[in-house]
Write a protein that binds this ligand. Structure first.
Ligand code: DX5
Ligand code: ZN
Length: 215
């Protein structure tokens, strides 16, 4: 089954509750957390996750684009995140492993994300610690960028490894996903699709969510 995770980065932050209710037919709510250091942009943090938790039953998929995430993962778990994803480039391998263990010890699902330039090999040492692998299909930091089809080989390899190891992880893609590119990523093995602009710019949001499922 293909899951859709609308990114609230493309929502109206002054009307977040309304914009979250508009995507109630989706599977997750994707929250992009940026610190202005790991990426050249700043978005929202722990209090916003706490507030969103109160207005939706959907699982919260929190994508941390922050430096040394091990410092904050427990706060995001306590704030109500269901999936917490950290970037493999954001700290040493030891600290990333520690962050993933902390997330799981809070009963939440742990994810690891890869920037476009990062090889899939970077996740090998920690693959058994993650419940989800996020392949960025744009450079993290901003919504509305162009999809990078060259990431598909990364996705395919990760799917093979995950199956070989019997890990049964979710494979998520993020950036430039629309009714055309969704087909490419689904064919390459993705089963969780993040989409910001293509969902929130749609006239008929429930229809767009159905389209992104590739049907
Ligand atoms: C980018 C974020 C994405 C972003 C995707 O750094 O991680 O989640 O919101 O936006 P679109 O779907 O517009 O490419
Ligand atoms: Zn994201």
């Amino acid at each position: 089954m293909i899951k859709i995770a609308p990114s609230i980065l493309a929502a109206d932050f002054a009307n977040l509750e309304r914009d979250i209710s508009r995507v109630s037919s989706a599977d997750y709510i994707h929250v992009d957390v940026m610190d202005g250091i790991f990426v050249p942009n700043i978005t929202v943090g722990i209090p916003v996750v706490e507030s969103i938790r109160k207005v939706t039953e959907l699982p919260l998929d929190v994508h941390l684009m922050i430096d040394r995430p091990v410092r904050f993962v427990e706060h995001f778990c306590d704030a109500g995140a269901d999936i917490v994803t950290v970037h493999v480039e954001a700290d040493t391998e030891e600290n990333i492993r520690k962050a993933l263990e902390l997330i799981r010890s809070h009963g939440k699902r742990a994810g690891v994300a890869l920037r476009p330039k990062t090889s899939e090999r970077a996740v090998l040492p920690i693959l058994d610690k993650c419940d989800l692998v996020l392949v960025m299909t744009v450079e993290p930091g901003f919504g509305g960028q162009t999809f990078m089809p060259e990431m598909m080989s990364k996705l395919q390899l990760l799917q093979v490894w995950s199956r070989q190891w019997g890990l049964n992880q979710e494979l998520e893609v993020d950036g430039g996903i629309d009714p055309v590119t969704c087909k490419t990523v689904i064919e390459s093995g993705a089963n969780v699709l993040v989409a910001g602009s293509s969902i929130y710019s749609a006239e008929d949001i429930p229809f767009r969510i159905r389209q992104l499922r590739g049907k």
